[in-house]
Design a protein around this ligand. Structure first.
Ligand code: OAD
Length: 252
């Protein structure tokens, strides 16, 4: 790579007709939302996913799991989009081609930054659904009964338990979300991969799929990941610092 990496990334993005932005927990870290796999402060370093993020865990100890998600909801609602989210929203606005953001994050920080076209592969932590999807998959519960003191609350349709609308280990991803992500990954000419460890499938396979179909991969991450060898450009560092520089280079 002869060019300076930021400029090279901007040039690749500028030339893309179809751009996919794939994000993971790292993009929200500078907003104060913890990542999962970082050694010191990742959630999975402090908590056991088998006790908190599986359907079995929820059925075994619904109160514990519900309260853990309530804690995470609190973190998300107190957080604000950071400069990385803002840069990605601006990129969607500025770019003449089509731009799709595919996120593994269950927060709404891309939406709050202004991104419009977003696929949430792993659900949305702010939403709830019936554990048994009694009215069909998914049975979203828009309004919980304010007088219901149960933890977790009760489904207004069947009286069963309400759970967060997120994807747990061992569950399949929402079909429309993964299908749209796969189609866009096959079609894109550039994929910008930001803040993901690239360890959780099927999301981790999307950059591979894009590269196999001829797309250039740009990775933004302070660490090396399984995606790094695929990347034409690696921007090593925090997305909140580097993505605004990419926007400046694009505008220049
Ligand atoms: P991980 O916690 O596995 O990885 C976070 C990545 O962000 C790491 O590669 C970090 O190096 C990187 N990172 C840290 N700070 C960053 C920063 N400021 N800017 C850019 N990158 C930074 O999170 P995910 O890859 O998103 O699934 O994890 C994938 C899935 O595993 C999650 O969606 C979640 C989890 O279990 C479910 O809950 C279903």
């Amino acid at each position: 790579m002869s060019q300076e990496p930021i400029q090279y990334a901007a040039d690749l993005i500028r030339s893309a007709r179809h751009l996919v932005i794939l994000t993971g927990a790292g993009v929200s870290k500078e907003s104060g939302v913890p990542t999962f796999r970082e050694a010191m402060d990742g959630l999975w370093a402090r908590y056991d996913p088998q006790q908190l993020a599986t359907p079995h865990a929820f059925r075994a100890n619904p109160q514990l799991v519900w309260e853990w998600y309530e804690w995470r909801r609190g973190l998300v609602s107190e957080s604000m989009p950071n400069a990385g989210h803002m840069a990605l929203a601006l990129l969607e606005q500025l770019h003449p081609g089509d731009v799709l953001t595919v996120t593994q994050n269950v927060d709404d920080l891309h939406e709050r930054a202004g991104s419009q076209d977003i696929v949430h592969l792993h659900g949305n932590i702010a939403r709830n659904k019936c554990l048994d999807n009694c009215q069909g998959e998914p049975t979203l519960i828009e309004n919980l009964d304010p007088t219901d003191q149960s933890v977790p609350p009760r489904c207004p349709y069947c009286g069963g338990m309400v759970r967060p609308d997120v994807v747990w280990f061992g569950e399949t991803l929402p079909v429309h979300a993964i299908n749209r992500a796969i189609e866009a990954s096959q079609l894109c000419d550039v994929m910008l991969v930001v803040g993901t460890s690239g360890l959780v499938n099927p999301a981790a396979q999307l950059p591979m799929l894009a590269a196999q179909n001829g797309a250039s991969i740009i990775e933004v991450n302070p660490d090396t990941t399984p995606i790094t060898p695929l990347a034409k450009v690696k921007l090593t560092g925090a997305s909140g610092e580097l993505l605004p520089q990419v926007i400046t280079a694009l505008e220049g």
